[in-house]
Design a binder for this molecule. Sequence first.
Ligand SMILES: Nc1ncnc2c1ncn2[C@@H]1O[C@H](COP(=O)(O)OP(=O)(O)OP(=O)(O)O)[C@@H](O)[C@H]1O
Length: 283
Amino acid sequence: MRVEPSEAHVAAHHHDAPTEEATAVEHVFDLRGVGVHYGDFTALQDVSMGLPRNQITALIGPSGCGKSTLLRCLNRMNDLVGSARVTGEVIYNGENIYDADIDPVEVRRRIGMVFQKPNPFPKSIYDNVAFGPRLNGQRKGLDDTVEQALRGAALWDEVKDKLGDSGLALSGGQQQRLCIARAIATEPDVILMDEPCSALDPIATLKIEDLMRELRESYTIVVVTHNMQQAARVSDRTAFFTVNIDDHVGMRTGALVEYDDTEKIFTQASDERTEAYITGRFG
Ligand SMILES: Nc1ncnc2c1ncn2[C@@H]1O[C@H](COP(=O)(O)OP(=O)(O)OP(=O)(O)O)[C@@H](O)[C@H]1O
């Protein structure tokens, strides 16, 4: 990629004087009229929103409104779905990640992903975390990299004496933290999380939420969640999506209804559809 996000990151934190421009919120992503289509089916249309750096943005809304589809758009995971096509612009650190000269592998290195079901590789804890750095050609300092990533994912103390054990032998919550460690080991800029706690019990869930708040210091996080309390507890910004149904053709297309500070969405939503959803009257 032409713009090196880590440089953009450093630059953003070294403004000399707080001019009006410097104090404006910096967006890691600017989505401009984004639509996603699977063949002839439009799953999501006309999404425009800016995702602020070092904040947690939650994507919420009823089943099928396109939350996961949008999340996968942000690191070109939809490329792996043959029929998927993205329209509009996904601007990441000033560049459209769908431009012809952008390498999707590099995009996915900068923008990591954590999935709903913890999915460690059937390898040791150490090898799970070292996987990405090794793939990137790192040969030296792997022990340090692994330790730092496991510390960053709040898992080090629990596994430091059994790094050679299988990742699959850990509890569900530990496996999810291992997946987070694996994601941060390659030093991404952004972490995308698709319902990261839906397979976890309440205690493991709270641990992941605490971890998300810590990770926000160093990363920008975008999380899809069905859990309203979770969105309210962890996120800074919330985007509510709905499904518009076209009865003539039976098309169900997702659309962004409202995007604002989480506190505003949960206390004084501007759109009655948002309020109905978060108060549990719909969805
Ligand atoms: N690979 C695919 N091929 C075809 N259609 C798809 C594909 N993935 C998703 N869709 C469709 O796109 C729409 C949005 O799906 P998506 O999974 O993004 O919604 P969601 O809001 O994340 O839903 P949920 O909350 O149930 O996970 C749905 O109508 C779904 O059937």
